[in-house]
Ligand binder design. Structure first.
Ligand code: ACO
Length: 341
């Protein structure tokens, strides 16, 4: 068997198509309900990257046949010792050492870029939520010397055909009675200038405020310029993002914020992204308030959406309780892994 691993570019349509084919085969096998990208989405992801991140893409061929892919991503503005890796082997080619060879390529790229910690994630099993990969991901991660970051995450799905307006009204009304002195604002894509510093501040708190398990990550330094870059990149990647925030009227500061985003290519699907409340303003049910308001704002504009997916750390009980009250149900779980190189 001859294995070759080649670096690819988004400017080559055949390799973009090949990355998509690997992703499709792996997702169909391991996480079939996960929203699959289209070839155009893969192209846009590779072309535009992400704010403060630089990625390299590789494909693996066995005797000329497409067998796997690797994406390594280097944070460039903070977390300069870290590298993220996504490594996928087509199901028919598994247990032939291709994963190991791709990992060796990843470790080589980490060392060449002075990175000391490699991070990745795999499917995971939690009670009532079995992984469909037969345990391949965790067994492989351990065989490659990774340790669990003790940060299981659960992807939950809200099937909008089960949306209950009465339930949403009740959550919203209860939250309203606790949130006097705050008003809601909404926007699509680009935040109003007067609140962009607050957005940057809230965004930079995510690493401190969300459960991070043992993951060796430091807070990101997000300023207004970086927050604007993130908005621009989300649009360039084909995303439309709907935001609702709560403004503390006395100080005119945006102190709670949530986002629902959809990909131009997937008219049935939406991601519930960030939800954060500034610590001094917790206890007013602002999280529930902005989430329900944003869902209604979103659905006014995007009536074709059928499901909303979201990720939470398994231990994030406050956010999970809001999500489950709204109608989100567990779908898959994932584990985070890291190792020093
Ligand atoms: N059961 C038990 N051990 C396994 C399994 C499995 N199903 N799969 C791999 N391993 C372990 C074994 O120790 C194996 O060595 P051995 O075959 O000599 O016993 C070792 O991992 C290397 O296996 P490879 O053949 O190199 O791995 P493969 O090419 O099958 O790819 C992978 C494994 C990447 C996990 C594949 O199943 C896949 O693409 N899964 C979906 C995506 C994913 O989970 N990626 C892992 C990213 S996380 C990380 O890399 C740390």
């Amino acid at each position: 068997m001859t294995l070759s691993i080649i670096q690819t570019s988004h400017t080559d349509p055949a390799s973009v198509q090949a990355h998509w084919r690997v992703l499709e085969a792996v997702m169909d096998h391991d996480i079939p309900a996960f929203p699959k990208p289209t070839p155009r989405t893969v192209y846009l992801w590779q072309k535009h990257g992400w704010v403060g991140r630089r990625s390299e893409d590789y494909l693996a061929f066995v005797d000329g046949e497409l067998a796997g892919r690797l994406e390594v991503t280097f944070p460039t503005l903070d977390n300069l010792g870290n590298m993220f890796m996504q490594l996928d082997v087509v199901p028919e080619f598994r247990r032939r050492g291709i994963g190991r060879a791709l990992y060796e390529k990843a470790a080589e790229r980490a060392r060449a870029n002075d990175r000391t910690t490699v991070m990745s994630h795999t499917a995971w099993t939690l009670p009532g939520l079995p992984a469909r990969d037969g345990g391949a991901g965790p067994a492989f991660a351990e065989a490659m010397g990774f340790s669990s970051a003790n940060l299981p995450e659960v992807m939950r799905r809200f099937d909008l055909s089960a949306l209950d307006d009465g339930v949403l009204d009740a959550i919203f009304e209860k939250a309203k009675t606790r949130s006097e002195g705050y008003r809601l604002i909404r926007w699509i894509d680009d935040a109003p200038d007067e609140y962009i510093d607050d957005i940057a501040y809230l965004d930079s708190r995510m690493v401190e405020d969300a459960p991070m398990g043992d993951l060796a990550v430091e807070p990101e330094n997000v300023d207004a310029a970086r927050a604007r870059d993130a908005e621009g990149l989300a649009k360039a990647r084909g995303r439309t993002s709907y935001h609702t925030g709560a403004v503390h009227e006395e100080s005119n500061r945006l102190v709670a914020w949530t986002t629902l985003a959809r990909d131009a290519e997937l008219d049935w699907h939406c991601w519930q992204q960030i939800t954060i409340v500034e610590p001094r303003h917790r206890g007013h049910r602002l999280g529930a308030l902005v989430k329900v308001a944003n869902l209604r704002y979103y659905l006014e504009h995007e009536p074709t959406t059928k499901v909303i997916d979201t990720f939470n750390a398994a231990v994030n009980s406050y956010m999970i309780s809001i999500n489950e009250e709204m109608g989100f149900q567990p779908l898959y779980s994932f584990q985070n892994w890291q190792r020093d190189v």
